[in-house]
Structure formats: C-alpha cells, structure tokens
Design a protein around this ligand. Structure first.
Ligand code: HXC
Length: 286
C-alpha cells in the first residue's frame, strides 16, 4: 500500500527513525520501506525493536537494522551513529520521533521527571541531529531531518509542561537549523500530529473513554488521524518532492488546534441549522 506515491519514491534512501519500535515511529518505518527505503530503528527497548523488526521483515523488503540506544545520552548516540554507518551504511534521513510524556500537575513534578522528558525530546533531538549533520557535512552529502512536534509547541498545554517546553525548543531548533545547515544541503522540517491512536502514548495521555470522546469532539474534521496519513506526510517530507521546503512544520490534526482558539469556533459544535436560526435572530429587524 503506497497510496499516493510512486512505489520507488524512497529507493536507495536509508532512514533512521528514533523511537521506531512502536506507534508513529513504526508506522513511518513501514511506509518508508513500502516506498523502497532501507530503515534503521532505534529505541530504548531491545525487545520492542526486535518485535518491530520481525513484523516489518515479515511484510517484505530488506532486513531492518536496529540498535538499542537512549537518545538522552550523547555518548550512546555517537556510538550508535558510528555503528549504523559501519554496519548499515550512510544515512540519508533522520526522523527524531523518540519522545517521553506524562500528565502531571507541574507543582508536583520532580526535577527528575522534568529531566526525563526534556532530555529525551529536546536533548535527544539535538544529539541525533548534530551527529547526523556532522557526518553529512564531512562526507559532503545532503541530508534530511524530520522532527516530530505537536501543536502545543506553540499553544502550550497545561499538565504536560516538560513536553510542551521541549517540543517548543525542537520547533525553534527546526527553524534555526534549516537556515544554518541549508548551505550543506541539509533540510530540516517538522510535523505536528494531533491525536493519532497508537498503543502506549494513547493510554497514557487519553486514558478514559470520556477523555477520548472529548478529544474527538474538538476535532473539526470529526475524527482522529490515521497513522498512514502521518506516514505519507513523513515520506513526502524526506523525499525529493519536498526539496524546496525547509524550516517548515506541517500540522496534521484535523483542524483541532485552530478550533481551540477563535471565540466563535464553538458554534461549529452545534447543529448548523440551530446556529443559522440563532444568527438570523441577531439580525437587526427592519
Ligand atoms: C509524575 C513521573 C511520571 C508520572 C515518570 N515520572 N512518570 N512523575 N507522573 N506519570 C517521573 C519519575 O517519578 C521519575 O522522577 C522520573 O519521571 C523518571 O522516571 P523513570 O521511570 O525512572 O524514567 P524513565 O523510564 O527514564 O522515563 C519515564 C518517562 C518515559 C519519561 C515517563 O517512560 C516515557 O515517557 N515513556 C512513554 C513514551 C511515550 O509515550 N512516548 C510518546 C509520547 S507522546 P523521580 O523524581 O521519582 O526520580 C508525545 C506527543 C504528545 O510526546 C502529543 C499529544 C497530542
């Protein structure tokens, strides 16, 4: 299933996906492979990576190179990037997808809790991006970085402040590095997914049916995203088709974040006929 793309869109490309053993990372790995790419996945859990690789390899295509690495640790990241180059070949693209997150009242958050998320999201993105860029610059070859963000990078969000602060930092990093590394042919873009049902993050962030329903009701398009829609956008962003795009962040949230502002947006949640009647009643009588 390659949907809207040429089936060889990513042929001869090698992409690293951090947090590639599950959720959105795994969905992107699957789609990149369907489009001809070689894929390396990394994450903290060796078992999860092995299981993901087994699933992907059963589908078809080349073996999936995988490495257990904690992106918070710069030494681990350096060693991992060396091993990837030596054992799986040079990279063409890096997707900074690994993330940590949990809901907590900020005044009760421990410094360690703050660190666990910020070091994964913000520092991890820096460590992986800097290592990848160093090797691309040295080899004089182009590269592609795709950062997974979220819309609360610009709105902020209560109860997830380490994640919101870290994602905002990654957004700034995306725009800064797009300019700084453009002369080396390195493009840096982002994607801001809204709510996409995945195992793990979903239960953690929308643990009750009520919360899930509330989240769905806030999406103007009336549904959650399908991971294949996100994976297609990621494929486009790391392909030559988006060759003139850098420093951009593409939002895929069914219109949810825009609907959260705008004083009168709430009217769209009522039956349209009722709204029209109400608006008619406000017209000056002549
Ligand atoms: C309060 C918590 C906590 C919680 C962990 N901590 N969970 N504090 N409430 N629910 C605190 C711990 O008490 C500890 O601090 C510190 O965090 C580190 O915890 P550890 O378990 O030792 O650390 P570690 O395993 O390194 O990391 C924990 C973690 C990680 C950051 C929670 O396991 C994680 O996030 N996993 C989920 C991965 C995931 O779901 N990724 C997708 C995110 S979705 P103390 O002081 O006690 O030592 C996303 C996009 C959101 O980011 C967009 C939605 C629309």
């Amino acid at each position: 299933m390659t949907g809207i793309f040429r089936p060889d869109l990513l042929e001869n490309r090698h992409a690293l996906i951090t947090g590639g053993g599950s959720g959105l990372g795994l969905a992107m790995a699957r789609r990149f492979r369907e489009l001809g790419a070689r894929v390396t996945i990394c994450g903290r859990s060796r078992e999860r990576l092995d299981e993901a690789a087994k699933q992907l390899e059963a589908e078809e295509g080349e073996p999936v190179f995988r490495l257990a690495v904690d992106v918070r640790d710069p030494d681990e990241v350096r060693d991992a990037m060396d091993r990837i180059r030596k054992e799986a070949g040079s990279l063409d693209a890096v997707v900074n997808n690994a993330a940590g997150n949990f809901l907590a009242p900020t005044e009760e958050l421990s410094p360690n809790g703050f660190d666990a998320v910020v070091r994964t999201v913000l520092h991890g993105t820096f460590h992986v991006s800097a290592e990848a860029a160093r090797s691309w610059i040295q080899a004089e070859r182009p590269g592609n970085i795709l950062n997974i963000l979220t819309t609360y990078a610009w709105t902020g969000s209560a109860f997830v402040i380490p994640s919101a602060a870290a994602k905002a930092g990654v957004l700034a990093m995306t725009r800064s590095l797009a300019v700084e590394w453009a002369e080396y042919g390195i493009r840096v873009n982002g994607m801001a997914p809204g709510a996409f049902p995945t195992e793990g993050a979903w239960e953690r962030l929308l643990p009750t049916e009520e919360m899930e329903e509330e989240a769905r009701s806030r999406v103007p398009l009336g549904r959650f995203g399908d991971v294949s829609e996100l994976a297609d956008m990621a494929a486009y962003l790391i392909s030559d088709g988006s060759g003139y795009m850098t420093g951009e962040c593409v939002t895929l949230d069914g219109g949810a974040w825009l609907a959260s502002g705008g004083l009168f947006n709430r009217l769209t949640r009522q039956p349209r006929e009722e709204v029209k009647e109400f608006l008619e009643s406000l017209k000056p009588k002549r």
